[in-house]
Design a protein around this ligand. Structure first.
Ligand SMILES: C[S@@+](CC[C@H](N)C(=O)[O-])C[C@H]1O[C@@H](n2cnc3c(N)ncnc32)[C@H](O)[C@@H]1O
Length: 268
């Protein structure tokens, strides 16, 4: 009898939990929409250049937007714990402050993840996800190429703005991943004089590596449209080409890829 009652109690709890939980999926897209909005408006950048927490009016004036809709966006961002709200005091009104998370929304800087968020949430990159069920059922192929009529690299070559965003997005990941690799596996790079990064993007991976390993000369190898705008760095040569034709010779090769779960990497 007691077991039955306990079971019913559990079921009721699960039912109540489900009633609340389902709304996460109904409005799940709101979080990313608001974060994307925060990056595009430059909210974190405005507070950073102000140098201290800002009131709603200071923020709306810096961003040149209406305080009323901005207030609603700030409420969501505070609820998500992306920005902090410091309550009004006797000497001043409520202010919005940065957090370690909001600093990752800055448009530039070593910790910025803004470009990666903007890339992954762009209609172009989201489109293949809308065909996920059809792909699972084998009804259609929802990969980038099937949806957009060209592969991700040809699209980037023909669209410099998208290519710039793509390369900056890859650099966001490199700034997180490469220092972790260097910190835990520096030994691996000892004795290597030359290293080629195949599909090295804008050269961020190699830049971080040669900074940490001054004995290494790097070759940043990528498609011509990527290396033509890659960063110039001491001890790094940018070489354009197609890895399916040939790859520059070196003591070692790096092949780093951001995990997309979208099948992009099948293209390379
Ligand atoms: C997913 S990105 C990874 C970029 C960088 N390695 C990183 O992880 O931050 C793949 C890179 O491979 C390059 N790529 C694609 N096809 C290539 C090819 N056939 N030859 C050389 N590079 C290629 C792209 O331009 C792009 O920069």
């Amino acid at each position: 009898m007691e077991d039955k009652q306990r079971e019913l109690g559990e079921e009721e709890k699960e039912e109540e939990h489900a009633k609340v939980e389902i709304w996460k999926y109904v409005f799940g897209f709101v979080e990313i929409a608001v974060v994307k909005c925060a990056i595009e408006l430059g909210i974190a950048d405005a507070i950073e250049s102000h140098g201290s927490p800002m009131t709603l009016l200071e923020l709306s004036s810096a961003l040149r937007c209406d305080p009323s809709p901005l207030y609603r966006i700030m409420r969501v961002l505070v609820h998500l714990k992306i920005f902090k709200e410091n309550p009004a005091t006797q000497i001043g009104p409520k202010v919005y402050a940065q957090t370690p998370l909001s600093k990752r929304l800055l448009k530039s800087g070593e910790n910025s993840m803004a470009a990666l968020i903007l890339l992954e949430s762009s209609p172009l990159m989201l489109a293949p996800w809308h065909g996920l069920s059809a792909r699972i059922q084998g009804i259609s192929n929802s990969e980038f190429e099937s949806v957009h009529g060209e592969d991700v690299w040809s699209h980037a070559a023909a669209n410099p703005d998208h290519s710039k965003l793509f390369n900056e997005a890859m650099a966001c990941d490199a700034r997180v991943a490469v220092p972790a690799v260097i910190e835990s596996c520096l030994e691996v790079f000892k004795g290597i004089e030359t290293i080629v990064d195949v599909g090295g993007g804008d050269g961020t991976t190699l830049r971080l590596l040669v900074e940490a390993c001054p004995w290494i000369q790097g070759i940043n190898f990528d498609l011509p449209h990527v290396v033509s705008v890659a960063q110039e760095c001491d001890r790094i040569e940018n070489v354009g080409g197609d890895m399916f034709d040939c790859v520059p010779k070196a003591d070692a090769v790096i092949k780093k890829s951001v995990l997309h779960g979208r099948g992009d990497d099948e293209c390379i």
